[in-house]
Design a protein around this ligand. Structure first.
Ligand SMILES: Nc1nc2c(ncn2[C@@H]2O[C@H](COP(=O)(O)OP(=O)(O)OP(=O)(O)O)[C@@H](O)[C@H]2O)c(=O)[nH]1
Ligand SMILES: [Mg+2]
Length: 295
């Protein structure tokens, strides 16, 4: 965690405060806002902290960190404790990987594929980014490295048709998981909605009893902007969860709280680098510990 992270600011605030004053709480609230929690959430968290500090008789600034961590965990606990696995052992599924340009969709597809393959699942990749030149080859390279079948059409083709063919191939070859890479696009909302809905219809018609998951990739370095991206995609197709990529290259991550509190969107994995194994299943306590600087 670099300087300017919430954890770093909290550390300095604690070091510079003798007791817990109103000034302390106000600074803390500002830092939470700057840490991408949003105003409403920050006010509410600090209010809970004020009450609990009083109730538990805390007077040292240093004691606040643990309590803050407990409160932050409690904020998201209802969402995360009901979170089952993306795919149960006996289930077969199709994951649609979504997001704006350059967030790490293709990399995340490959990481997920490697992860499920390691669990012994037969995985097929679908090159449904037919939009960007080079996207299909990029996925094919991952397929070669991981020894996975990649279903692809020509560049410029219909992404829904690619997903259709990938599902056909999966049925024919007794594969258990299709992971579909999609094209990154900015908030060109109508095109996005239409294209995703079409892919969705194809999945609904061809997947049978397969589990369909729509996973949004968000770049952790974009901070609060990630929340508006999530809103657009969630509205377009109901999302199941988020991969927060590039978590290794940022001091940020506070957007996890509004994603959970406002959109009920859980983080499924944290992307922690460019290697296949750099995909860490999200654990709430550990994440909060890192956020406040306990870890
Ligand atoms: N450090 C770090 N880099 C990552 C991570 N995930 C992806 N990247 C890098 O981010 C860049 C973009 O990744 P891609 O997977 O191509 O992103 P994309 O969303 O598919 O991009 P488009 O298809 O162009 O929209 C690449 O250089 C990746 O290596 C991560 O978790 N950590
Ligand atoms: Mg891509």
């Amino acid at each position: 965690m670099g300087l300017g992270s919430f954890a770093e600011k909290l550390k300095q605030l604690i070091q510079g405060s003798r007791g817990i004053s109103e000034d302390f709480f106000e600074h803390l609230e500002d830092y939470l806002v700057e840490g991408d929690l949003g105003a409403q959430e920050s006010v509410s968290v600090v209010e809970k902290l004020r009450i609990r500090c009083k109730k538990e008789g805390l007077s040292e600034a240093g004691e606040v960190r643990q309590l803050l961590a407990r409160i932050l965990v409690e904020e998201l606990d209802p969402l995360y404790k009901n979170q089952g696995p993306l795919l149960n052992p006996q289930e077969r599924g199709v994951f649609l990987i979504l997001g704006v340009n350059g967030v790490g969709k293709t990399t995340s597809c490959a990481k997920l594929a490697a992860r499920y393959q390691k669990e012994g699942r037969k995985v097929i990749l679908a090159a449904a980014d037919t939009f960007r030149a080079g996207a299909i080859d990029q996925l094919k390279i991952h397929g070669e490295r991981l020894h996975l079948r990649v279903v692809a059409h020509q560049s410029g083709g219909d992404p829904a048709a690619v997903v259709y063919d990938a599902l056909e191939a999966a049925h024919a070859q007794q594969a258990e998981l299709v992971i579909a890479d999609t094209a990154g696009r900015m908030h060109t909302k109508t095109a996005l909605v239409e294209e995703l809905k079409k892919i969705d219809r194809v999945i609904a018609s061809r997947a049978g009893d397969w589990i369909s998951r729509k996973i949004l990739v968000l770049d952790a370095t974009t901070g609060r902007n990630a929340l508006s991206q999530a809103e657009v995609f969630h509205q377009a197709v109901h999302l199941d969860g988020v991969i927060l990529s590039k978590y290794d290259s940022t001091a940020r991550g506070g957007v996890v709280f509004p994603l959970g509190r406002q959109l009920s969107l859980p983080i499924l994995f944290l992307g922690e680098g460019e290697r296949y194994e750099d995909l860490r299943p999200f654990q709430l306590e550990r994440f909060v510990g890192e956020f406040v600087g306990l870890a």
